[in-house]
Design a protein around this ligand. Structure first.
Ligand SMILES: Cc1cc2nc3c(=O)[nH]c(=O)nc-3n(C[C@H](O)[C@H](O)[C@H](O)COP(=O)(O)OP(=O)(O)OC[C@H]3O[C@@H](n4cnc5c(N)ncnc54)[C@H](O)[C@@H]3O)c2cc1C
Length: 387
């Protein structure tokens, strides 16, 4: 049966856009020859200030996609992990891990724009201001219902890739664990320079990350929803005093605060990431706590691996579910391990129970002293489970 397009990607966020580029772009493995249509709900540029720490592995993928130039990232050369009010710390550095940098910090808007611009300059049908509303099986193809400027329309495709965050009708509902935490993000400046060190500090409310971002630091601070909302609106003096109290004096004093935003946090994952003719990737497949900065890095690997799988078969065979099943199986270990590690970190570090405090301290001291264990951890964070 004929279809309007070979691959319909619902959601042109960073992960959906990366998949489109991996299939249509001239970088990567070259244009696949598949007809690709992206449906993106936003009609305007994204205005999301959240910082995104990219692993070295993600840099390599974005370079292959031709989307790395212009991101203007800030290098992370060291990562310093500690817990508030208890002993133990771990310091990882790029040289020990055998990579030029442990990571790179950009913001969501830059990634969104860089990928969208790269797509527009390739042979890809990129439709903005289009909201998908439902998915149906229609004979041998999939049908996506959508609205654009208030008018309803449909698109048929051999394969639909859902990369929208998981709200569309026609898919199994995701499993959700509400962390009852918000991430408060902001840009802050400090009296001491960051020297390209990223800090992760575990507090009784949850983890607090300060990432080098240009001359400033990008803050991701996990708090109870009430405290996060209160600090989002607090005056400068109150905010800086609270941050100094939680983080300590490693960067001196906090001087300015800008672009504050709050994000409710939960773990959401699709029990089945594929079914005949439909596959979910990125946040639609799994939405993680930002504690280890792994969500986009994992989603980018989803996009890359899916593109490689879709390239291997003839167009007529795309609707056959075998290739999507193979893709799902190939992602099982990386996805499961990243999800479990991130969830475990949140559970282990988001409380103040004394014996756990001591165990965490002992664990960190051990990691701090045993270089191979520390480098193993660093490589997992950099390349995923295949690192
Ligand atoms: C505070 C915070 C900090 C983070 N820090 C990091 C980090 O340091 N490193 C990291 O790797 N990850 C990080 N993440 C996670 C990262 O933001 C996500 O993993 C990433 O945004 C997932 O991209 P995505 O394209 O799958 O989904 P999204 O970014 O959610 O994009 C989905 C896209 O789909 C579109 N859409 C939605 N519904 C529809 C529809 N019905 N029809 C059409 N289009 C639709 C949306 O407009 C959007 O453009 C962080 C997250 C948070 C909240």
């Amino acid at each position: 049966m004929n279809a309007d397009t070979d691959i319909a990607i619902v959601g042109g966020g960073p992960v959906g856009a990366a998949l489109a580029l991996a299939l249509c772009g001239n970088g990567g493995s070259g244009n696949s020859g598949l007809r690709v249509t992206v449906l993106e709900a936003r009609a305007e540029r994204a205005s999301d200030p959240r910082p995104i720490a990219l692993s070295h592995g993600s840099r390599l993928l974005l370079e292959r996609l031709g989307a790395w130039r212009g991101l203007n990232p800030t290098v992370i050369s060291n990562i310093h992990v500690s817990q508030r009010g208890a002993f133990g710390r771990v310091v990882m550095n790029a040289a020990d891990a055998g990579v030029p940098a442990l990571g790179y910090v950009v913001d969501y808007n830059h990634i969104f724009l860089a990928l969208a611009d790269a797509i527009r300059s390739n042979e890809c049908d990129y439709r903005e201001g289009v909201r998908a509303t439902a998915l149906h099986h229609d004979g041998g193809v999939r049908r996506v219902d959508y609205t654009r400027d208030g008018a309803a329309a449909t698109l048929t495709a051999r394969v639909v890739v859902v990369a929208d965050g998981g709200d569309i009708e026609g898919l199994a509902p995701p499993k959700i664990t509400d962390y009852a935490q918000h991430a408060l993000t902001a840009r802050v400046s400090t009296t001491l320079p960051h020297k390209n060190v990223a800090y992760e500090r575990f507090t009784k409310d949850g983890p607090l990350a300060l990432l080098p971002f240009g001359d400033e630091m990008a803050l991701v601070w996990t708090l109870t929803p009430a405290r996060a909302e209160a600090l989002k609106d607090a005056d400068l003096k109150t905010f800086c005093a609270a941050l100094r109290e939680a983080f300590g004096g490693r960067l001196g004093d906090f001087k300015t605060v800008a672009q504050r935003a709050c994000y409710p946090l939960s773990l959401r994952y699709a029990p089945q990431t594929s079914m005949p003719g439909v596959v979910t990737i990125g946040n639609a497949a799994q939405t993680l706590h930002p504690v280890a900065g792994q969500g986009f890095n994992l989603g980018l690997r989803d996009a890359w691996e899916l593109a490689q799988a879709l390239r291997t078969i003839r167009v007529q065979a795309l609707s056959d579910n075998g290739i999507l099943r193979q893709y799902r199986a190939s992602r099982r270990i990386d996805r499961g391990a990243t999800l479990a590690a991130t969830h475990g970190l949140v559970r282990l570090f988001s409380n103040d129970f004394f014996p756990l405090n001591a165990m965490r301290g002992a664990g960190m001291t051990l990691l701090g002293c045993v270089a191979p264990a520390r480098n193993f951890l660093a490589r997992r964070m950099i390349f995923g489970v295949r690192g």
